[in-house]
Structures are given as structure tokens and as C-alpha cells.
Design a protein around this ligand. Sequence first.
Ligand SMILES: [Mg+2]
Length: 312
Amino acid sequence: MSKRQTILLVDDETRHLKVLVKAFLNDYRVLFARSGDEALQLVQQEAPDLIILDVMMPGMDGYQLFGLLQQDQALRQVPVIFLTGRDGEADERRGLEMGAVDYWTKPVSIDIARIRARNHLELKRHRDLLAKLAITDSLCDIANRRGFEDYLAREWHRAARTGRPVSLLMIDIDYFKAFNDHYGHPAGDQCLRQVAALIDKTLSRPADLAARYGGEEFVCVLPETPEAGARVLAQKLRQAVADSGMVHGHSPLGNRLTISLGAATLQPDEAGDPAELVELADQALYDAKNGGRDRVVVAGMVLTTLAKAESG
Ligand SMILES: [Mg+2]
């Protein structure tokens, strides 16, 4: 059963609000606001799936509120229907040209409003699903490479603003080719799913993201995490796989499945590129593999150290 969708109604006149609340209350979560300012506060707390917005309001009018919503990366995805007492073609054209999905003239027919809202909400549901699929790994059901890159770029810029470090873990399943060769690809897929679930479960903070980087490689983005924290979490992940009881009878390390991890931490700045962090973690992972696998190597603040060494 899918989650109830949310409609936000914005109108300065209570009698109009009442009609619409009644129309939608049985089928959706309904939020309402009597002014543009109130609506702006509400949408910060939770993004609705559809906004039905009165054009004529004292203070901030519907067009102004719409303009502000369009400036927000997340809120601009929410479909907006304009609601107006006017029936001028020019107003309707203006609303639609701004990007509203529909334009309703008061008084609104309850039945028609229900059907039209339902159609827009169905489209929104499909769009949300497609957007989620585009960033999800279909085998492991965690973020995919694209989801990882989007997330890392976002967190990189956030950290550049807040002055906090970002850490990255790169993880590789040891001797995975031998695993696939001996147990077959269905078992290999099952192994990837188990390791992904284990990584995802071990990351405890909501802002941490686990993703499949490709093949048997995984990554973890750890916002606001200094080097020490990244090291502890990497060790915890290595231990979790070691303790999982997953068998790899063709690993030179013994009868068990193991992973190697590279960790890196940087203090992002706007001029920098998140790819620097990926390269550092990748190099650390390479060192972990070369050093005998089933271990953690921390690259740490290598770039900063280098820069200091060069300037000094
Ligand atoms: Mg009004």
C-alpha cells in the first residue's frame, strides 16, 4: 500500500479553504495555509505532492509565492494549480506560462477538482518513482553510482559552506572473481546483496549514504565526519563482514568472505572537486588490497599535508 499523498491548500478566504479541505480530506493528507508566508513555513517542514494556490491574497500573492517555490531545488518539483476568482484569459496564460500544471476558476466544482487533482497526483507519483529508480541499484537496492555522485556533490558543497569535513569509504569484496567463478553468478549476486545490506545496516546516521559504485565495489559518503570517525566506521564494517559467517571457500585468506576498505577525509572548499576525495579513497583502497586485503587503509588529510609541505 503506497503512502498517502499530501495536498497543500493556500487561500486567504476560509470558506474557499473549507470546500477544498472537504473535497480532499478522505483521500489525501491535507495541509492548509491562509497566506503565502504561512505556506512557505509549511513547505519547509514537509514537501507536499500538490499545491493548490489562490492567486489573489493580501501580502504575498499566489504568483509571488510560486516564484519563490521555483527557486528551491526540491520544491520546484511540486506541481502547482492556480486558483482564482478572475476568469481572464491573460491571467490563465500567465499562470500556465509560469509553469503551473493547471488553472482553476472559482467557484470550483468539487467533483471536477477531485478528478483533476487525482490525475496530477498520479503523474507526480510516477515521476517520483522514476526519479528514485534512476538513482537506485536494481540488484542491491541501495543508491547506484549516479545516486552516489549526486549525493557527494551536494554534501561537498554543503560542507564547503559549513566548514565541516566529509569522509568517504571505498570498499571492495576480496577475491570476488574467484567467488563468481566457483559459485556462479546467481550466488555472486546474492553475495553482493548481502554485503550491501550489511553495509547499509552498519551505517547508523541518517545522513550517511551507502552506494554501489560498480561491480563488487561499494562507497559510503559520511558527511560531517572527521578522519577518526571514518576510521572507526571502516573497521566496524570490516568486522561486520568478518563476523557475518559468509563463506568464501576459494579465498586465499581462509574459508570466509572479507572486504578491503580505503578511507579518506577532506575539508571541501568551493573551488575543489569531489573527485579529489574519490581519488584519495580509491588510492587508499588500492593500498589496502596491495597490503594483503581484509584491512582498512586511511588516506586522511593527505592533500592538506601535501599543500603544507609544498608551501613550507
Ligand atoms: Mg483570495
